[in-house]
Design a protein around this ligand. Structure first.
Ligand code: F6R
Length: 246
């Protein structure tokens, strides 16, 4: 296991460092295959990558992206779909080609077809760098506690904690979808390199268990201890459990 942990007291500095790393990697390999995430955590990274593009430091023309997950039952153009999130937070601001961006489909009324399509895509495309946030319950992608480490793309029932955490983005908890389609843990672990970002106090327990806990399916992120190339970027709040023993 090679885990590289970096803790920042300045969040801007954290994202600056991650963004510079992506700029370097994209320039080294313009055909790079990126695994992307949604949620609050990557937003500042995407903003910095948009700035780098506007400053002509990078081009996404040949980059391909594969997102981790999507809600089941929301139309692609729904305000809270991850399709809309990616378009608004990143894709519409850069020169990426539409047909180079892949997000599992949650709106097909045919989950088996959506699963098979995404599994096939991931079988054919090796992800160079997979970006991950972490759920307060230790989920990665939408692989909730209890998910088999051998899982490939599948449909999941969202944990009550995940739905309530995400309810902030909807008018009411009842509107939060109950299911999602997610890249499986085996596919995430298949990436050549993984970058995890966690910020905020509510992540400190999950972060601690991810790094120091027993590897077990009840804390999905703990499997990352077995990956050969993981970098974990934390702010002080997310690192507080192992830094100060809080
Ligand atoms: C998002 C995803 C999730 C989030 C996690 C953290 O595509 O797969 O695992 O990374 O729920 O969410 P935020 O960043 O909103 O705290």
């Amino acid at each position: 296991m090679t885990v590289n942990i970096k803790v920042f007291n300045d969040i801007n500095q954290l994202y600056e460092e991650v963004a510079s790393y992506y700029v370097e990697k994209i320039n080294q390999n313009p055909n790079i295959c990126l695994g992307l995430a949604t949620g609050s955590t990557p937003i500042m990274l995407y903003q910095k990558l948009i700035m780098a593009y506007k400053d002509q430091k990078i081009s996404f023309k040949q980059v391909r992206t594969f997102n981790l997950d999507e809600y089941i039952g929301l139309h692609q153009n729904h305000k809270q779909s991850y399709y809309t999130f990616m378009k608004e937070q990143l894709f519409k601001h850069i020169d990426i080609q539409d047909d180079h961006t892949f997000i599992p489909r949650g709106d097909m009324n045919d989950d088996i077809k959506a699963i098979k399509t995404y599994q096939n895509l991931l079988d054919k495309n090796k992800i160079d760098i997979q970006l991950l946030g972490i759920g307060a319950n230790g989920h990665i992608g939408f692989n909730e506690p209890g998910t088999d480490f051998e899982s490939k793309t599948h449909v999941v029932k969202l944990a009550a904690k995940t739905r309530s955490d995400n309810a902030r983005l909807f008018n009411h908890l009842d509107e939060v979808p109950t299911h999602a389609i997610t890249m499986g843990i085996k596919e995430i672990m298949g990436a050549k390199e993984i970058i995890v970002i966690a910020v905020g106090q509510n992540k400190k327990d999950a972060v601690y268990e991810m790094i120091y806990g027993d590897i077990n399916i009840n804390l999905p992120a703990s499997i990352l201890q077995k990956h050969p190339n993981v970098s974990i970027y934390l702010d002080e709040a997310a690192a507080s459990k192992f830094q100060k023993g809080e």
